[in-house]
Design a protein around this ligand. Structure first.
Ligand SMILES: *Cc1c(COP(=O)(O)O)cnc(C)c1O
Length: 355
């Protein structure tokens, strides 16, 4: 058995994989594959409607927001957000907390002025900047709730005089938060809600249509809302697997239930990193992510043999991102706590061997 700590595409629940495989062979007893039915068929419309309903239910999405399932990944939203929200000659504020945040910023520059209100770049993004002022004349402020590469996470959000846009790709559905604090939330599915190929967007309808700009149909959130995410052929299979994952999450007690599990998993692992003299954390304690746990070894020469031990134990995907080094254990919703304990046991065994 493998213990999948990969950062993304990440682990999916075993039963969801089984159900997905069944859907590929014979979808809901139709005698057809989910891969070969019309997206306009009542069967697929039921899948999409259930996916949207589950998002609204699990996140308590208030009235006045639309839920979209789009293609192009979170990286496309980096551009669609300013395309749809930043007026010609207007300004957008960005908090720079890592590679993804700065890539989002880069795209906004194609559409208008930008202001970086805070950045932790000088420390290689080991913390979340907290003291920043939100410019009242900004069209929106963009934040990244969880920094997948660096292992930092915003522990709380804030009230803002301008719409808050948040990239939640790597921690959506992992913890309770209030959608009403945001103007727009987006998340590539492949970290915590499904397979690659679909991106979820939750947008407050009233913030759209204010740029005075012509927006081509596929890139226009309003067109996508009016078309019910079916302006063109949607990524049917990725939406189906996401829907099954959300059903699984609901059965586990929804977001409050999984949040408790995520807290327990993260605590167990960080406790071991803090206790074990061979390992050390890389981020500020108060900003530690509950999704991506980054750590290095006191002695860099231990890294290769530790990776080898992990490999022997079936632990996969824990090599750190090249810009941080060391290790990154991604402990997304679908990773069972038993896998976290296998990793902790390996760390303890390695300590014993290297006394
Ligand atoms: C993975 C990731 C992205 C990039 O997602 P794509 O779907 O590959 O474009 C963006 N933001 C965050 C926070 C991520 O974790």
């Amino acid at each position: 058995m493998k213990h999948n700590f990969g950062a993304g595409p990440g682990i999916l629940p075993h039963e969801v994989l089984k159900q997905s495989a069944e859907g590929v062979m014979n979808f809901n007893g139709t005698g057809l594959s989910i891969l070969e039915i019309s997206h306009r068929s009542p069967e697929f419309e039921a899948v999409l409607n259930e996916a949207v309903a589950l998002v609204k239910e699990l996140l308590n999405v208030p009235e006045g927001y639309s839920v979209l399932f789009l293609q192009g990944g979170a990286s496309t939203e980096f551009a669609l957000v300013p395309y749809n929200l930043l007026p010609e000659g207007g300004k957008a504020a960005y908090v720079d907390t890592g590679v993804w945040a700065s890539k989002a910023l880069k795209e906004a520059k194609y559409f208008g002025q930008t202001e970086v209100v805070a950045s932790s770049k000088e420390s290689n993004y080991t913390y979340i900047p907290k003291d920043f002022t939100i410019p009242k004349d900004a069209a929106y402020i963009h934040i990244t709730s969880n920094n997948t590469i660096y292992g930092t996470q915003m522990q709380s959000f804030f009230k803002s005089p301008v719409p808050v846009v948040c990239d939640m790709s790597s921690d959506i559905f992992s913890r309770v938060f209030d959608v009403a604090d945001f103007g727009l939330i987006y998340a590539g599915a492949q970290k915590n809600m499904g397979p690659a190929g679909v991106t979820m967007v939750i947008v407050k309808d009233s913030i759209l249509g204010k740029t005075g700009r012509q927006i081509p149909s596929m890139f226009n959130y309003q067109v996508q809302i009016d078309g019910g995410s079916m302006y063109n052929t949607p990524p049917c299979f990725a939406i189906y697997v996401s829907m099954l994952t959300l059903r699984w999450l609901k059965a586990k007690g929804g977001v409050p239930g999984i949040e408790q599990e995520n807290i327990a998993k993260a605590k167990a692992l960080y406790d071991e990193i803090d206790r074990n003299p061979l390992f050390k954390p890389v981020c500020a304690t108060e900003d530690r992510s509950h999704m991506n746990v980054c750590f290095v070894m006191e002695n860099p020469e231990h890294e290769k043999p530790f990776l080898k031990l992990c490999d022997e134990k079936g632990i996969v995907g824990i090599k750190g991102h090249r810009s941080v080094g060391g290790f990154r254990a991604s402990i997304y919703n679908a990773l069972p706590i038993t896998s976290v304990h296998v990793l902790i046991d390996a760390m303890q065994e390695f300590q014993e061997k290297n006394k």
